[in-house]
Design a binder for this molecule. Structure first.
Ligand SMILES: [Zn+2]
Length: 370
C-alpha cells in the first residue's frame, strides 16, 4: 500500500501511519491509537498487539497491569496471571531510520503469523509498538534521503545522500534531542510519551537506534562501569538474559554484534535507562547506519535493508525471550516497587518528588511512605 517494499525507500511518517491504520483495520489482533501531537501537528501513535480476546479487553488489561507497580496493593495480585507488556520504541533519532522501517515488518509478523507458537505468545503478551517516536524528524529525513537517492545507488560516504544539511533530522522541530528528555519532559513528544508509558508500565522497553557506519550492532547492557547507581543488579541480570538470547539470534543470522562496552546505562533521562528506574528492564539497540541506502564501510558495503533485518531479528528475539521469562520480569516489577518502600524506611529522606512544569498529572513520586 506504500507503493514500494520495506527498504526500497525510506518510509515517511505519512507512509507509516497509513500502514498501521490499514493493519488495524485488517487484523483483530491490532488496536492503533493516537497519544499525542508534535510541534508540527504530526501524530504520535501507539499500536497494541495481542490476541483478539486481549485486544477486546485491552483497556481492562491496561488498568490492571500498572497495579503491579503499586507497592501497597500489588501483593493482592498474582503476577503470573497478568499479561506481560513489551514496548518497542522506534527511531527517536530519525536519521537512524532502520528502526522505524523495521516496525512495519514486526507489526506485520505480529498481526499475520499463524500457528500455536504465536497464538500462545499473544495470549499472554501485549506488545506496544511506537513506530515513529520523532514524527517531525522522520518526515524530514525520509524527504532528504529519498530526494537524494540515485537510480544507481551511490555508496560514496561523500555523496549528498549521506550528508544531510543542517540542522539534520536527529532532533525534533525545535532541535531538541528527544532521547535526553525522558526526565525533563521539555518537549510535547516526551510529555505525551511518558504519560503513555506510565499508563502501561511495560515490563520491557527496547529503544531502537543507529550508530556510526563502521560499527556492527550493539545491544544492552552497556559498559558495566557506567551503570546508574539507581539500576539494580536484579535488573542487570534480566538485561543479561535478553542479551544472551540476542547473541544467539544474531549468531544464527550471521550478523556481527557487541555488548557490554561503549554505551552507558548511567544517564537516567534517556529511553534505554528511564524505564530501568521505573520498574521495567530496557535495552538499547544500535545498528551501524547506512545513513541512506548503501554506504562504504570498514566492513564492506552496508545496506539499509541489512539494518532493517537486524532490527527485526532483535525485536522478535526481545518478544520471544521476554515471553519465555515472563514470570521473572513480572515478579521483578512488583518487587522493584516493594523494595523501594523498604529501602526508604532505612533512610531519613522518605520521598523524592519531581514536579513537571507542564502538567501536574505527570508529577512523579517515588519512595512515598504511608
Ligand atoms: Zn540514536
Amino acid at each position: 500500500m506504500t507503493g514500494f517494499k520495506v527498504g526500497e525507500f525510506l518510509m515517511s511518517h505519512d507512509n507509516i501511519l497509513d500502514y498501521f491504520k490499514q493493519l488495524a483495520i485488517s487484523s483483530p489482533r491490532v488496536k492503533y491509537e493516537v497519544y499525542g501531537k508534535t510541534h508540527e501537528n504530526r501524530l504520535l501513535t501507539l499500536a497494541i498487539f495481542s490476541s483478539e480476546a486481549n485486544i477486546k479487553r485491552n483497556e481492562e488489561i491496561r488498568q490492571q497491569h500498572p497495579q503491579l507497580s503499586d507497592p501497597y496493593n500489588s501483593s493482592k495480585l498474582n503476577p503470573v496471571d497478568l499479561p506481560f507488556v513489551v514496548w518497542l520504541n522506534h527511531s527517536v533519532h530519525r536519521n537512524e531510520p532502520s528502526g522505524a522501517n523495521s516496525a512495519l515488518l514486526t507489526a506485520y509478523y505480529l498481526a499475520a503469523a499463524t500457528g500455536k507458537e504465536i497464538d500462545d505468545l499473544l495470549d499472554k503478551t501485549i506488545i506496544l509498538i511506537d513506530p515513529a517516536a520523532n514524527p517531525d524528524g522522520i518526515q524530514r529525513f525520509s524527504t532528504w534521503a529519498n530526494g537524494h537517492k540515485s537510480y544507481m545507488t551511490n555508496p560514496d560516504p561523500a555523496s549528498t545522500e549521506h550528508n544531510e544539511s543542517w540542522p539534520g533530522s536527529r532532533y525534533n522541530h525545535y532541535g531538541f534531542d528527544l532521547n535526553r528528555d525522558w526526565l525533563t519532559l521539555v518537549q510535547p513528544e516526551s510529555e505525551f510519551r511518558i504519560k503513555k508509558f506510565l499508563e502501561w508500565r511495560p515490563n520491557v522497553l527496547i529503544d531502537l537506534h543507529e550508530m556510526g557506519t563502521n560499527s556492527t550492532y550493539h545491544f544492552s547492557p552497556g559498559d558495566p562501569n557506567r551503570v546508574s547507581p539507581l539500576i539494580s543488579s536484579a535488573n542487570q541480570l534480566l538485561a543479561h538474559k535478553l542479551a544472551d538470547n540476542y547473541a544467539k539470534a544474531f549468531d544464527k543470522a550471521g550478523s556481527f554484534y557487541f555488548s557490554g562496552e561503549r554505551f552507558d546505562d548511567y544517564f537516567d533521562g534517556k529511553g534505554a535507562t528511564y524505564p530501568d528506574i521505573n520498574g521495567s528492564v530496557s535495552s538499547l539497540f544500535e545498528q551501524s547506519s547506512a545513513r541512506g541506502f548503501v554506504q562504504e564501510s570498514e566492513n564492506g558495503l552496508l545496506n539499509f535493508p541489512f539494518g532493517i533485518r537486524n532490527k527485526f531479528i532483535g525485536s522478535l528475539s526481545t518478544i520471544n525471550t521476554a515471553y519465555t521469562f515472563k514470570n521473572e520480569f513480572l515478579e521483578y516489577q512488583r518487587n522493584y516497587f516493594i523494595s523501594a518502600i523498604n529501602e526508604s524506611k532505612k533512610r531519613k529522606t522518605k520521598s523524592l518528588y519531581f514536579r513537571s512544569r507542564l502538567r501536574s498529572q505527570y508529577d512523579l513520586c517515588i519512595c512515598k511512605t504511608p
